[in-house]
Design a binder for this molecule. Structure first.
Ligand code: FES
Length: 125
């Protein structure tokens, strides 16, 4: 497969698990880049900032008996990584290795309840 120059250099593909399904992705790359490797069109046209600001790439990793939320664009993939939930915008329904059944999609996370403008802001103008 011809890949664009968007991937970090890698020597091999490593195995990870996404929603219980095994996939092989390029080592040394972020998890979001690995999702792009699997579903080039869907992820390339997705609503992602790629720099840790939008949280649209949030995924949950299995961490012992717990889950840990991380930003896929800021997390380097490691062998055996288990992704147990995905943010809604991560569309892996059509990958180059077959469909990933995604029953565990979650709504886009809202980590802030900040209102805009903040109280008193307009009074200062
Ligand atoms: S793509 Fe925006 S925070 Fe990861």
């Amino acid at each position: 497969m011809d890949l664009p120059d968007i991937f970090q250099p890698y020597d091999k593909l490593i195995e990870i698990e996404i929603l219980g399904q095994r996939r092989f992705v390029p080592e040394n790359n972020s998890l979001l880049r690995c999702f792009q490797f699997l579903a080039m069109e869907n992820i390339s046209y997705g609503d992602f900032c790629w720099n840790g600001e939008c949280l649209n790439c949030q995924v949950w990793l299995k961490n012992g008996n717990k889950e840990k939320a991380v930003m896929a664009c800021r997390t380097t993939v490691i062998e055996g990584m288990k992704v147990v939930r995905l943010a809604e915008g991560i569309d892996l329904s059509t990958t180059n290795d077959g469909e990933i059944n995604t029953p565990y999609l979650v709504d886009r996370p809202r980590l802030t309840t900040r209102k805009f403008p903040p109280p008193g802001f307009l009074a200062r103008l």
